[in-house]
Design a protein around this ligand. Structure first.
Ligand SMILES: Cc1ncc(COP(=O)(O)O)c(C=O)c1O
Length: 400
């Protein structure tokens, strides 16, 4: 009986150790080294997708849809909304009402849309660097004024400089703040009191908040992600919450995002801008994948998170034993590690030469996340452990 149960259980488990070759699949992470000026044998641990297969129920649902063979325009039925609502109610106590949801092909599309919908050219938009580069690009590309309240890095841990945040918001009459929660790349999972204080300041100065919560399902053990509008009174009225199954279930290429806007006037303005961009319907296969993922993907996600914790553990131990000068920023969320190389005393060019030229690794250059990222590199840990081990061995050989 015990053996039968064990067999049934082990059959259910996903093999995250499996090396799935992504070469030759138009894969941004693996197939474009030459286009990025890198050698073909560089080990890619950069862009934030995973080298793991999606949950089996997702793959099965997609196979059935492909088998059907007709790929016309989709519409979104109650079924998709129901699984989405159940997921966010169960995990975060976030009760999404039917009228709050706007569909979007991606979160970056939504960031750009929000900037155009809620600000005019020349008006100020606030971000907190180091941060995911589209946060500043969506501001500058739309000819708005970028205001940066850099995060504080205190003894390997990041914090918000609330005085600086409030001062800059007041001085620049900031209209929109783009929050990254959990924060990519520094890995903070913001506490409710931090979110509340940000919200209090935004309410005081009449500033709207785009809360990019795409990494919400990746709070590490012992941490809890808090949905921004639930952090304090009045915040639902000023929030545009960006959610998506793309990071969680590794379906970024299928382009499905869920933008949740409780305030009806803001939602109408956002939808108007979406319409003006001529875009806003979901990919038919993305819809199939997203529905299956929210409905049946949880066991896979739980296993994935245990596996990622093992990768972080490997990284932490390896650095302690072999590369004590390279510091891992204490990770609280996301599947990215934010590594501080400043103790090596290299300038950014020398650091990149070390990582790419000598170690043969393709990470994200910390400087691409803003000035505050100089001396850092972002390493994506969502790969089989063997690959992470290989990357660390290469890094140690290059540095030592
Ligand atoms: C904070 C953050 N927002 C958005 C995205 C991308 O979202 P999408 O692919 O839906 O445009 C990423 C991808 O790495 C991200 O880290």
């Amino acid at each position: 009986m015990i053996i039968m149960l064990w067999r049934a259980r082990s059959r259910m488990e996903h093999n995250f150790d499996e090396i799935v070759s992504r070469k030759g699949t138009n894969c941004l992470k693996h197939d474009f080294a030459a286009e990025h000026g890198k050698s073909a044998n560089v080990l890619p641990l950069w862009v934030a997708d995973m080298d793991f297969k999606s949950p089996e129920p997702v793959v099965k649902a997609l196979l059935a849809a492909v088998e059907h063979g007709v790929f016309g325009y989709p519409g979104v039925k109650e079924e998709y909304f129901a699984v989405l609502r159940d997921w966010f109610a169960a995990d975060f106590g976030f009760e999404i009402k039917p009228g709050w949801l706007v569909r979007s092909p991606g979160v970056v599309f939504a960031l750009n849309t929000a900037v155009r919908a809620f600000t005019r050219p020349g008006e100020a938009v606030m971000i907190q660097t180091p941060v995911y580069p589209p946060f500043f690009k969506c501001v500058t590309a739309n000819e708005r004024r970028l205001v940066d309240s850099e995060l504080l890095c205190l003894n390997g841990r990041y914090a918000i400089d609330f005085d600086d945040f409030e001062k800059k918001m007041a001085e620049n009459r900031v209209k929109l703040f783009i929050l990254c929660s959990p924060h990519n790349p520094v890995g903070r999972v913001w506490r409710p009191d931090e979110l509340r204080e940000l919200g209090r300041i935004c309410l005081k100065y009449g500033c709207l908040v785009v809360a990019d919560e795409i990494h919400c399902d990746f709070a590490h053990a012992g941490r809890k992600h808090h949905i921004f509008p639930l952090a304090g009174p009045g915040l639902a009225d000023i929030a545009i919450v960006c959610l998506a199954p793309s990071k969680t279930f590794n379906i970024a290429g299928l382009q499905v995002a869920n933008i949740v806007i409780p305030n009806a006037a803001l939602k109408a303005a956002f939808e108007g801008e979406t319409r003006r961009a001529g875009c806003g319907e979901l990919n038919c296969l993305g819809l199939v994948a997203g529905t299956a993922a929210y409905r049946e993907g949880r066991p896979w996600l739980l296993e994935l998170k245990r596996y990622l914790a093992g990768n972080f553990e490997l990284l932490r131990n390896f650095l302690a034993e072999n590369l004590p000068l390279v510091r891992l920023t204490e990770p609280e969320g996301t599947f990215m590690a934010w590594l501080d190389f400043r103790a090596l005393g290299l300038n950014q060019e020398e650091l990149n030469d070390l990582i790419v030229g000598r170690a043969g690794l393709w990470l994200n250059d910390g400087a691409s996340f803003g000035r505050a990222g100089r001396g850092f590199q972002r390493m994506n840990l969502a790969s089989p452990r063997q690959v992470i081990q290989q990357a660390l061995t290469r890094l140690a050989a290059a540095i030592n």
